[in-house]
Ligand binder design. Structure first.
Ligand SMILES: [Zn+2]
Length: 540
């Protein structure tokens, strides 16, 4: 046979968790067509993988790359890590649907994610049109789509108020969700710390998850609390999956946030294990870092975040309300993920701001900024940051303990996800989270090779066949004849992340070749401009 690519001399790790075996791989028309100890036939292209591992392409089960795609299709930071498929529409905040007549309002909605997004075009309304648009656009990696609960709320007419959906809104949400599932979405996602999702009652989410269940879809959740209320929040995911009967639940970027609660992962993982023993399919994903990343405004009590940006800004400019926020944050309020009390301002580091006057404090924490800028206290700095930047401030927040990170990483129900986006290697805005560039090589280099926290084959299973099985993808995530040729070729002795909190835009080392659908996209450590990625539809 005439192959498009033959990969020779490498060690194959198939993705199932099996030990390596030696062999050569022949690729043709996008697929793996032959795996044999020696392949004799010709090929236009031979990759010599001497000393290297060949494994399936990584499936990033939790990606926000859909926030970047309107402005860039290259997905460099994730491709260089070996990610060949990204699962998007996470944390309840995707990019569709956009009902007709709400185009202008959509720009306001996404300006909360990133003001830059408002410069791009969104030439679609329904979810089906959104998927078609992504198919035509051509991307480097494959994409799997979830519908965001926040998008459904907004499309139904929810304007950010603290109230449950009325019957008309609930029906609209279900209609839009059904349309998305029919179009090929894999399920629904929620982000239950963000307004107005934070106001949702469990019953309302169950109603929507029942629609997802009709299609054998999944429920993915950034849960309601990752610190003081983490056990209750994990319990809510289990309850939603159990009552709705949907195919399974995923606890997104699982972590234990806040020093007072470190160690609680023993209990969260027990809850996950017990649910599975009872026949309720619950899994989780994780990125291997001790800081999270989010909008600074999420540190405000939920009632302050009601309504439109103007309403929120008016509130935090009011000295009386500022006083009330201080009291509530210090004393604590029920059911609120209280970062200021549990993590402290000294652990909140600025990632991005919009106002020029604040560009000099990128990567500094709020306590440091108080000293540099001469504010009266950290609350004063906090309010001024939000006011001057019109709420658009991203932070990384040091909140996790290493023992929890390792305990979750080694649990059989854990898989790997970046919670990042594919940004260009030349990116320069602010200081985003290093997980955008380093998640997969950090696990392979630091946790597998250097610290021996888990075996290489297990780590690769968590990056490949396990997420593929979660999504019911029969033809990806394993090196098998007939499967799509999504492949990563890396050096097990050299692979390592280089991105840090201070220098987050650093490419990893030790991943010379990446193949998507049988097309080489990274060769000898250099990405080309090919865009063989496909939009993957939910298998029926
Ligand atoms: Zn999230």
């Amino acid at each position: 046979m005439d192959f498009d690519i033959i990969i020779k001399n490498g060690r194959i790790i198939d993705g199932a968790g099996n030990p390596w075996h030696s062999g050569e791989i022949g690729v043709k028309d996008g697929k793996i067509v032959e795996i044999n100890p020696k392949i004799k036939d010709d090929s236009k292209k031979v990759i010599d993988a001497r000393g290297l591992i060949i494994c399936p392409g990584f499936i990033d089960i939790h990606s926000h790359t859909d926030w970047i795609l309107p402005g860039s299709r290259g997905q460099e930071s994730t491709l260089y890590q070996g990610i060949t498929t990204a699962v998007v529409g996470m944390c309840g905040e995707g990019m569709a649907p956009i009902p007709e007549g709400k185009e202008e309002d959509f720009l306001k909605l996404i300006s909360k994610i990133d003001p830059i997004l408002t410069q791009f075009e969104f030439p679609y309304h329904t979810f089906a049109e959104y998927l078609e648009y992504n198919e035509k656009k051509r991307n480097s990696a494959n994409l799997v789509f979830f519908v965001g609960y926040g998008n459904l709320q907004w499309a139904s007419g929810q304007g950010g108020e603290n109230r449950p959906a009325n019957p008309v809104e609930l029906r609209k949400m279900k209609d839009n969700l059904r349309e998305a599932m029919e179009a090929g979405a894999f399920g629904i996602s929620t982000g239950l710390i963000y307004a107005p999702q934070v106001f949702a009652k469990t019953e309302e989410i169950i109603e929507l998850a029942k629609v997802v269940a009709e299609y054998n879809g999944l429920y993915f959740s950034h849960i309601r609390g990752e610190g003081a209320t983490v056990l209750k929040a994990v319990g809510e995911v289990i309850e939603i999956v159990e009552i709705s009967g949907c195919a399974g639940g995923q606890i997104a970027h699982h972590k234990i946030s806040g020093k007072p609660y470190w160690g609680t992962s023993k209990e969260t993982l027990s809850l996950i294990e017990e649910a599975n023993e009872r026949g309720i399919s619950i899994t989780c994903d994780q990125y291997p870092y001790n800081r999270g990343m989010a909008g600074l405004m999420t540190a405000l009590p939920p009632w302050v975040r009601e309504g439109k940006n103007e309403d929120i800004l008016d509130r935090i400019k009011n000295p009386e309300i500022q006083k009330r926020i201080k009291v509530e944050v210090t004393e604590g309020i029920e059911g609120f993920e209280n970062w200021i009390r549990d993590e402290g301002f000294q652990n909140m580091y600025i990632s991005t701001v919009t106002h020029d006057n604040w560009k000099d404090i990128i990567s500094k924490n709020i306590t440091e900024i108080t000293k540099i800028k001469g504010f009266s206290d950290d609350f004063d700095t906090f309010f001024n940051l939000l006011i001057d930047n019109e709420l658009s401030v991203m932070i990384t927040i040091q909140s996790m303990g290493e023992d929890d990170i390792r305990r979750i990483l080694t649990n059989p129900y854990q898989m790997v996800g970046t919670d990042g986006s594919g940004v260009p290697a030349s990116f320069s805005a602010g200081a985003f989270h290093p997980r955008f560039f380093g998640t997969y090589p950090r696990i392979l280099g630091k946790y597998v090779r250097e610290e021996k926290v888990l075996p290489l084959e297990q780590a690769i299973r968590k990056m490949t066949s396990f997420p593929a099985q979660r999504l019911r993808l029969q033809d990806r995530g394993l090196i098998r004849e007939g499967n799509w040729a999504d492949l990563v070729i890396f050096d097990p002795d050299k692979v390592i992340d280089k991105a840090t909190y201070e220098q987050p835009y650093q490419l990893p080392e030790g991943i010379p070749h990446v193949v998507v659908n049988g097309v080489i996209v990274v060769e000898r450590g250099k990405k080309n401009r090919k865009a063989p990625g496909k939009v993957i539809h939910r298998p029926t």
